[in-house]
Unconditional design. Sequence first.
Length: 416
Amino acid sequence: MTILTLGLNHNTAPVSIRERLAFPAERLKSALCDLAHLPEVDEAAILSTCNRTEVYCGTQANNQALIIDWIACHHGLNTEDFAPYLYSCADSATIRHMFRVACGLDSMILGESQILGQMKSAYHIAAEAGTLGKNLSKLFQYTFAAAKKVRTDTAIGSSPVSVAFAAVRLAQRIFDDLNQQTAILIGAGETIELTARHLHQHGVGHLIVANRTYEKAHALAMQFNGSAIALAELPKYLAKADIVVSSTASQLPILGKGSVESAIKARKHKPVFMVDLAVPRDIEPEVEQLSDVYLYTIDDLQDAVQENIASRQRAAKQAEEIIDCEVDHFLAWLRAQGASSTIRDFRGHAEQLRDEALKKALAALNKGNPPEQVLERLADTLTHKLLHTPSIQIKQAGIHKRHDLIAAARELFKLR
């Protein structure tokens, strides 16, 4: 069996192509069942995220064209629309690829951990759909184990490598418990969305999104059980904020020293952590002069991010070494499966010979033949039948000068 991967990701295809090949979660099971019904596909799983779509198949042959045609048919596309963006790998290359993906080594953000959860989801959906067989199921288990080992033994995910994540990590250092804190996020773009996601994942107490367009603020806030306000309402809510993160495209500051000073007084000088991720700045630099305000700019965080990226790159080299070992372990398991089928067939053959000989022995006993004679004949018959075919094959090996086969037989049966 060939374990085949076909896919595209953020490195090979623009979002306009990726979104056309995405598999919606509600249709994934039916797609898997449809894929598994192809004549040469024995096993199947699909990983579909915003940054990648990958189809994993256990096939009788490395028939990529069959899978490509299925993808085209399923999505109602012409193959030439997406085939140039595809990559493929098979067998050991597939094993290594899946391990690297699960470890975050193939992600847009090196070492990100979200992909592992997405791969586990892909595994569970395929299992529920009944499209996983022995080989793919075991490969997923090895994949998860490899990712866990990389996470445990390296620093691949220990340092934030986005300014949004760095801002949240810094907030955790300033406030012992984010559960008790209120965060106001100014803007509704990608950086603010990522910041909101990280704050929500780390259990921030309350999230408020402020934006010029209230509808955008509301749509973002609803994703994370937060609330929304119009930007004009910001002065009324600023005193509630323990954390303020701003990232807009405004050409003028959103927050001035006076408004922040008023908020501090209303808070009775409880500390405020502020992060300005905008260029030009959203928060006047003079705010930093206020006591009880911890103000950081994107430059402050960028230095830490670059250092952390270098740390992850060093960890990635260690991760690759771990993956090399884990790939060898899975390939050894695959090779053992080939031996297992031979052992199973050999034992089945031996058991059939045993049953035939035993049936004749029982019949002889029922006829009143002496037990000693029956047992002796049973032993002779069984020995002869078990050794007949191997003896003939070894003899033929000698005739045809197959010394390697004779040596293998001596090793197999431990003959000195």
